[in-house]
Design a protein around this ligand. Structure first.
Ligand SMILES: Nc1ncnc2c1ncn2[C@@H]1O[C@H](COP(=O)(O)OP(=O)(O)OP(=O)(O)O)[C@@H](O)[C@H]1O
Ligand SMILES: CC(C)(CO)[C@@H](O)C(=O)NCCC(=O)O
Ligand SMILES: [Mn+2]
Length: 922
């Protein structure tokens, strides 16, 4: 048992539900037993009128008045009822407003469509005031007719074009609000809809689209689209490109100013090779008819496989030596070392078949598939290399669905490029491999502004379906909650099948060069890349890079990269163990109804599946950091309409803490300047113990009242702390013999948890700054995450606190926080009324316990312009993320480390150690 818990139990005696704040003194008659205040949830829920919030990021978040209704009229299960995963079509279910582009190739149809968030602006007084105060105009948003929405990626087999037509119909994508060439945001268009399409099928199937859906296809050039799509992805999506060598995926950060020239190799049915020199500047320099269609076509004939994935899966158990003629077969088992060929090098694909008296049936389909895959991949790798050489290109990006996120295929191509170029050229792959053309067609719509979007405006999210879809070409048109849940229930089996790890064999080479067997080869096929490695892109044009980052280019939010497997395993356990408690809270927050239980179950399944998937392949969704993992959890909760799982807990803790705040403030005010500053910082650190995201803290919660915990936590505050820059900070604030104190103009306080953390920790600190004439901006989450306080909740908390404090009241009034919230104020002397530097609240643009400062709300970005001090508080914002972040202004990072592993790793300390890290402007 850790120190704090022991200590806590000692002090637990005789407290009687009365508060006595540690050293601070004062006694108030309130009962703070967290367990006793049963649940005001039902009431809270009624008050909220069962409000709904769409799972989106940034300031385009809003509540709609009701849940999306599922229109079941005309619903039908398509195809064979015996099928494991029949497509459920709900022909009358539509997305908000959608927009669509197609790439109809020789093998597959790729569809990119956009669903828009309903665009009712939130009528939030706080937002209006902040906008006026900070002088935020809408100018940057005006250029985007799309004010936020999501881009979805789906594919179908070209041979089953009817499925695609049904899908478009079921989602009502053919009424996508487009007239001629422009986006039309208002009323759905009833006339002639024009859809952009590329690929040969745009010609071949134009009439069919017209007949079946009344859509006119506007044809876009295929090469143009491929290039536009690739350029867009490489510039706008953070972890788009990666290398794949010996089973290892490594993301490459492409500098968009140093992107050109490159060779784009699109491996579809056939292969196109395009030299790209800029946006819209390119030349198709080569191609080969030996491509994905060849592998699938020949493979089908030779193995009788029924699907592409089946063929690919076979290859993973194959041994091509039974059918390929190797150098060793020709040279009597020897290498031909003079020209650099080892005995195991393939001399002639399928060559062994000529000398053996065997029929097709005598060969294993597995071996045939592998031999074929290697033949085609090497060949493409080689031709690509030759073309790169021809034009002096160092980078080759491979796209097209032949790749299919398949490790072995990528390794083979990489090996070929590496081998032939002697390391001079590099093969890279794209996560949206097969969607280049479709994305390019999508962007060819004029004036939707998508092509201008910057990397920080696209937030990629992984819907719960992702880990479950497996190898099927497309899933049912999900979208509705109820449908998602039943789908989840149905597909659990499938999900557990596909989480088996991909075995890797150790690299075996003779060291003589030649095509050795690449190392990544396993029994199971990783699930379909198009569903798994590609999420839904949320467009939030109002997100910006935090202007005070010293160097946004080198900024990395995550302190811990989970590519270390031990680390990932640890967090997997932490999050899994926390799940039952979280589900309980979530279900309770929705009134504990049957529906809530069912949703809670579905959430647990979805999140577990994501976790299992990430354990198997940490890089599946892009480079994985702890921030991403924690955000995924919040997103999963929102996906199952748990909008605020900790609602009642937050409320209870806010009330409890607000009740003791006046005593705390009185105590603080009786101190001299130096003691006060120390007490305030101690207060922040001590109150940061209240964290429902930390397992240790959840255990504590079950053992005592929050005030008991707080008191004990305060008593633990002996210095020096784990990281202790307090003296430097104090000198900066108060000055010293030789140095004048620093008068800060504006401080941004990034707050963490509700309850004691913000009320007894951060608010008193804010008050100190206000007293010293520093403007204070409290920066809080846009959406709920665990028990974190949100920007929407803060004004009420401040108003409540201001009832007992003139400084806070004056400042909150000056900051526009108290216009109509102050009716019931018990009047108090106006001695400090004259001070009226403002206290403001801004939202940070995120809905997770961590913060990626490359993607913050425009109000935070605006507030940052005049700030000269940043205080990051709490583990998520100051340790898990941003611990190593450098800023253009002074920064103070404050947190209690409530996790043994993190404490050991980060500060070489122990659980409950504190961090007070002060860094002057860099
Ligand atoms: N589920 C699948 N069904 C069929 N082919 C698949 C599947 N998954 C991957 N493939 C491979 O992807 C290839 C098609 O890739 P892609 O969609 O990029 O090309 P395409 O646009 O259809 O062809 P082209 O551009 O030559 O007209 C197939 O030939 C096959 O090798
Ligand atoms: C014909 C296309 C462009 C259709 O996508 C493609 O299949 C392809 O590039 N095939 C290769 C043709 C060649 O250059 O030999
Ligand atoms: Mn194509």
């Amino acid at each position: 048992m850790d120190n704090l818990t022991e200590d806590h139990q000692e002090r637990n005696i005789g407290i009687d539900g009365h508060i006595n704040i540690g050293n601070i003194g004062g006694e108030v008659n309130h009962n703070f037993d967290t367990e006793k205040t049963a649940s005001s949830t039902a009431l809270a829920r009624e008050e909220l009128g069962e409000k709904d919030m769409s799972p989106v990021a940034g300031n385009s978040m809003h509540r709609s008045s009701s849940r999306p209704q599922l229109d079941l009229s005309g619903a039908a299960i398509q195809g064979n009822f015996e099928e494991k995963d029949p497509t459920i079509l709900l022909p009358n279910q539509s997305d908000d407003i959608s927009h669509l582009a197609l790439d109809i190739g020789g093998s597959l149809i790729k569809l990119v469509y956009f669903s828009r968030h309903e665009n009712q602006p939130v009528n939030d007084r706080r937002r209006k005031i902040i906008k006026a105060r900070l002088g935020i105009t809408n100018s940057n948003r005006m250029s985007y007719p799309i004010l936020g929405g999501r881009l979805h990626f789906v594919k179908f087999e070209t041979a089953k074009i009817n499925e695609c037509l049904d899908f478009i119909y079921s989602k009502q994508l053919h009424h996508s609000g487009m007239d001629s060439r422009h986006w039309q945001s208002e009323s759905p268009n009833t006339g002639n809809t024009i859809i952009k399409a590329t690929g040969g099928g745009a010609y071949k199937f134009a009439d069919l689209f017209k007949e079946r859906l009344g859509i006119s296809i506007e044809k876009e050039d295929e090469m143009n689209c491929l290039v536009a799509g690739a350029n867009f992805l490489l510039k706008a999506i953070r972890h788009e490109a990666f290398t794949h060598k010996e089973g290892q995926k490594e993301f490459v950060q492409i500098d968009s100013n140093d992107l050109f020239p490159y060779l784009l190799v699109n491996i579809g049915s056939g292969v196109s090779m395009i030299k790209v020199d800029g946006d819209g500047i390119y030349q198709r320099v080569s191609g080969t008819n030996v491509g994905g269609g060849t592998y699938w076509g020949l493979g089908k004939l030779l193995t009788k496989c029924k699907s592409f994935d089946e063929l690919l899966e076979l290859s993973q158990r194959g041994d091509n030596r039974t059918i390929d003629m190797l150098v060793g077969d020709i040279y009597g088992g020897m290498d031909y070392s003079k020209i650099g060929l080892s005995a195991s090098t393939i001399a002639s694909s399928f060559g062994k078949a000529i000398s053996e008296n065997k029929e097709l049936e005598d060969y294993r389909p597995e071996d045939i598939s592998l031999s074929l895959l290697r033949m085609i991949s090497y060949n493409i790798g080689q031709i690509s290399y030759l073309n790169a050489l021809r034009f002096g290109l160092k980078r080759i990006f491979f796209g097209g669905f032949f790749i299919r996120g398949h490790a072995y295929t990528m390794d083979t191509i990489s090996f070929a490029v590496q081998f032939w170029s002697k390391g001079q050229a590099q093969a890279m792959f794209l996560r949206h491999e097969g969607f280049l053309g479709a994305l390019g067609a999508f962007m060819s719509y004029e004036k939707h502004g998508l092509d201008d979007l910057m990397v920080h405006q696209l937030v990629e999210r992984f819907p719960m379906g992702a880990p479950y879809i497996g190898g099927n070409v497309h899933g049912p048109p999900l979208g509705d909650l109820n449908e998602k849940i039943s789908w989840m229930e149905k597909f659990v089996q499938k999900g557990t099948e596909i989480t088996a790890p991909v075995p890797m064999t150790p690299p075996g080479t003779t060291g003589l060069g030649g095509f050795e067997v690449p190392s990544s080869k396993g029994d199971t096929l990783r699930p379909d890349a198009s569903k798994l490695n590609v999420g839904v892109l949320h467009l939030v044009p109002s997100l910006e890079v935090f202007p005070l980052l010293a160097d946004p280019k080198t900024y990395e939010p995550n302190t811990i990269d989970l590519s270390d497997h031990g680390e990932l395993e640890y967090w997997f356990t932490v999050l899994s163990e926390h799940m039952p408690d979280l589900v309980d809270k979530a279900v309770a927050s929705e009134g504990g109804t049957e529906d809530a239980k069912r949703r809670g179950d579905a959430f647990a399944r979805a999140f577990s599946a994501h976790l299992a998937r990430l354990m198997e392949e940490p890089a599946a969704y892009g480079k994985l950091g702890l921030a991403n993992l924690l955000e995924l959890r919040e997103e999963c909760l929102r996906e199952f309409h748990f909008l605020d799982a900790y609602r009642s807990i937050k409320q209870r803790e806010n009330e409890a803490s607000l009740a003791v705040l006046p005593d705390l403030l009185m105590e603080i005010d009786s101190m001299d300047e130096e003691t006060r500053l120390l007490t305030l910082i101690e207060g922040v650190l001590a109150a940061n113990i209240f964290d429902w995201g930390s397992r240790a803290c959840v255990d504590l919660y079950h053992k005592g009242t929050i005030i008991e915990i707080y008191r004990m936590s305060r008593n633990k505050m002996q210095r020096p702390w784990g990281v202790d820059d307090f003296d430097i900070f104090k000198e900066r604030m108060l000055g010293s013999a030789g140095k004048k104190p620093r008068q800060y103009k504006r401080a941004l306080l990034f707050v963490d948890n509700s309850g004691a953390d913000v009320v007894l920790g951060m608010l008193p600190l804010a008050r100190e700054f206000l007293r010293r004439g520093t403007e204070v901006v409290l920066v809080a989450n846009s959406l709920p995450a665990l028990n974190d306080v949100t920007a929407m909740e803060l004004p009420d908390i401040v108003a409540e606190a201001a009832k007992h404090c003139d400084v806070l009241r004056g400042a909150a009034e000056a900051g526009g926080l108290l216009v109509d919230a102050m009716i019931n104020i018990q009047d108090s002397p106006t001695r400090e009324r004259s001070i009226s530097v403002p206290l403001m609240v801004v939202e940070n643009g995120c809905g997770s316990p961590c913060i990626d400062l490359r993607q913050v709300s425009s109000e935070l970005a605006a507030a940052a312009k005049d700030a000269d001090l940043i205080i990051l508080e709490g583990m998520g914002r100051a340790l898990h993320t941003n611990y190593n972040a450098k800023f253009k202004c002074d920064a103070l990072k404050l947190a209690m480390v409530k996790n043994q592993r993190l404490a050991a790793k980060l500060i070489n300390g122990n659980i409950y150690d504190c961090v007070c890290r002060f860094e002057p402007a860099s």
